[in-house]
Design a protein around this ligand. Structure first.
Ligand code: ADP
Length: 673
């Protein structure tokens, strides 16, 4: 019983008590000898009734809601009682209401609305109505009181429902927001409950399944009745997928629809407080993306074919050019040894040698550039001791520096004993090229200073000269192929720097220049630093010499459900020599592939459709066959605590998405060598 109903019962009881008391008083008056006694009793009763009435009034006044009574007089409904705390909240008082009709104290339209309910109640109906006044929502129940089949009075009770209304409003708002959100998504979304009844469906889903009715009309309907909508369109339905869904395992797959459309479909069970509440499906129309991928693949294949033809042409050309050059340079060397030549002839021979070597360099550079541009140049990243390599390059270039009286300063110290991740052959080519330029474009008796700085996992090498310098506006252009600032006296074809820059990019490095006209230039490049980790191979320069045969291919397994990321990593590994990449779309597939393929390195996305990357790690570490494989986490979550948690759990590296190619190469290379 609500407080208002209790109030009504009490009200009726008191009225009955009053009637009974009135009868008692009347009969008492008729008495004779016991009159005095009876009169006393009568007075006592009257006092009790008065007290009960006052108590009741007091209770009515103190209640949180309100209680009212009205009677009809002509066409007016006159209030005979109106009390309760709610009254004050509505900006009214008992005095403003009692003895009056609604129209006497309420605004016209507001009163008219309420009058309709008052009329109905007077006609004998039980009426409930909600209203809002003075910022307060309240609910009033009107109950007619009958006497001999006639309504003689209506009793009403009101309760404040403002908090419920607020809550309802907030619920409605969040529902509307949720609705707008899911409708604005390009993904088709369908949620069904345990009985397969639709509990949410968005516009995109309706479009994908070509539903002809407004989507709201499908709410509450059983998807089983609409199987035709789905299955009629799906040409292939993998058995395995069906089974996984029955087992409530998350699934991501691609399904072909009639009309050549392809949908990417994902399923996951939907839990609330650990109880299975339903099933969530998302659908993405990837027809266009697939078409583009196909077109790109075709274009790539065609470009590859064209590049192949270009590379073949260039390699044939270079062979054709090298053969006569071989003769020229060979005979030049023989002539150089001939002591019978006079000075003039020696001069001619030296010119032949210079021209021949220049031509050979040019052919090599053109070949490199075309191989890089055709994506044919493969690099083999290794740990390289930069100090050793630098000393070797300086020794090699010292004779030409000496010819110009140029001094090369290179201070060896502990800081210079650094390891970088790079292809040693290509790194040697880069350093030689830059030191050679620093000599070529330097003044006589100038200086060359070679220094290192390291920052955030990268080592920067600075090759500074005291030469002619490069004007600001041309500092970008010098990295373009065949670009030369007019130095008629200095030999060159303008290819070296463009090759150097591209080689560095392939190795995850960067390069740039700072220069001042007449003062000199600082050509710098940076490469990922390699860790001095335990068990690392010996210095690779030594290692290569000892072990010239090709190493076995390094197998990498990438567990990732995002196809775009997968493709990017594929592209990056394309440039790595001796690395083969396999992929798995889910954690379960990844664990299986790892056990079968026993890769050398595993890259694992932390957010997989079925299990988390942590569970994959746990499963692999628990199996002795896969326990020692280095596993690297890949995640879009770059929060410090998540990185920390992953490294604690046993991931060797934490690679953040979107991938920064240079750091990615740095992080992965350490585990490939
Ligand atoms: P090349 O030296 O064969 O012309 P590069 O690609 O190595 O080709 O260099 C391109 C151009 O950049 C050079 O022609 C020269 O104008 C300028 N350049 C390169 N290095 C330096 C340097 N250290 N100082 C001044 N100019 C330079």
């Amino acid at each position: 019983m609500t407080p208002n109903v209790i109030m009504l019962v009490v009200l009726i009881a008191v009225t009955a008590l009053a009637a009974f008391a009135a009868c008692a008083i009347l009969s008492n008056r008729l008495g004779s000898s016991e009159q005095k006694k009876k009169f006393r009793k009568q007075t006592e009763l009257e006092t009790e009734i008065k007290k009960a009435k006052q108590d009741l009034l007091h209770t009515i006044q103190k209640q949180q809601g309100l209680t009212l009574k009205y009677v009809k007089s002509d066409d007016r409904y006159i209030h005979t009682l109106c009390e309760g705390e709610l009254l004050a909240k509505l900006g009214l008082s008992s005095e403003t209401v009692v003895g009056k009709d609604l129209r006497d104290f309420l605004p016209q339209n507001y009163a008219e609305e309420k009058l309709q309910s008052y009329r109905k109640a007077w006609e004998g109906e039980q009426v409930n109505y909600e209203q809002r006044l003075n910022g307060v929502d309240y609910l009033v129940s009107l109950r007619p009181v009958f006497e001999n089949g006639q309504v003689v009075e209506v009793i009403g009770s009101g309760v404040d429902i403002t908090p419920q209304k607020e809550h309802e409003k907030r619920l409605k708002e969040s529902f509307a927001l949720g609705r707008t959100l899911i409708d604005s998504l390009p993904l088709g979304i369908l949620v069904v409950d345990q009985e397969k009844k639709i509990i949410a469906i968005n516009e995109a889903c309706g479009k994908m399944f070509q539903l002809d009715q407004p989507i709201q009309s499908y709410m509450g309907k059983n998807v089983a009745d609409y199987h035709h909508v789905y299955f009629e369109h799906v040409e292939k339905e993998g058995k395995r997928v069906g089974e996984m869904i029955r087992n409530h395992q998350p699934v991501v797959d691609e399904v072909s629809f009639k009309g050549g459309r392809i949908l990417r479909r994902s399923y996951r069970p939907f839990y609330m407080e650990e109880e299975l509440k339903g099933h969530l499906w998302t659908f993405e129309d990837i027809t266009e993306r697939k078409r583009m991928e196909l077109a790109n693949r075709k274009a790539k294949e065609e470009a590859e074919k064209a590049n192949q033809a270009k590379s073949e042409f260039l390699s044939n050309m270079s062979h054709e050019l090298r053969t006569p050059l071989n003769g020229i340079l060979g005979f030049y060397q023989l002539l150089e040894l001939d002591e019978t030549l006079n000075d003039k002839q020696r001069g001619f021979v030296a010119e032949i040698g210079k021209g021949g070597r220049h031509l050979l360099e040019l052919i090599n550079e053109i070949l490199d550039l075309s191989r890089i541009e055709a994506g044919k140049l493969k690099i083999s990243p290794k740990r390289v001791n930069i100090n050793e390599l630098m000393k070797e390059c300086i020794d090699f270039t010292r004779p030409s520096a000496d010819q110009k009286g140029i001094h090369i300063s290179y201070q060896e110290n502990a800081a210079t004993d650094q390891y970088v991740v790079a292809d040693p052959v290509r790194l040697r080519q880069i350093i030689l090229n830059l030191v050679d330029n620093a000599i070529k474009y330097n003044r006589d008796n100038g200086e060359i200073l070679i220094e290192y700085t390291s920052q955030e996992g990268f080592l920067s090498v600075h090759i500074k000269d005291t030469g002619i310098g490069i004007p600001k506006e041309k500092q970008d252009e010098v990295f373009e192929p065949f670009y030369r600032i007019d130095h008629s006296s200095v030999e060159g074809a303008g290819i070296g720097l463009s090759v150097v820059k591209r080689l560095l990019a392939l190795m995850g490095g960067r390069m740039g220049v700072e220069s001042e006209m007449g003062k000199g230039s600082d050509f710098w490049f940076s490469l990922p630093l390699a860790n001095h980790h335990e068990g690392s191979k010996e210095d690779t320069i030594v290692q290569d010499a000892k072990n010239p045969q090709k190493r076995e291919r390094t197998k990498v397994l990438y567990i990732e459900d995002n196809l775009a990321n997968m493709q990017l990593v594929h592209e990056i590994f394309e440039t790595f020599e001796g690395v083969s990449l396999n992929s798995a779309l889910t954690g379960a597939e990844g664990i299986k592939a790892a056990r079968e393929q026993l890769p050398d390195v595993i890259l694992c996305d932390l957010h997989l459709p079925d299990v988390s990357g942590f569970e994959v790690l746990k499963a692999l570490k628990a199996n002795p066959k896969t326990a020692d494989i280095p596993i690297l986490a890949v995640s879009a979550n770059a929060m410090e605590e998540n990185i920390h948690r992953a490294l604690e759990a046993g991931f060797l590296e934490y690679i953040t998405k979107p991938l920064d190619i240079a750091s990615f190469i740095q992080q992965i290379s350490k585990h490939l060598v």
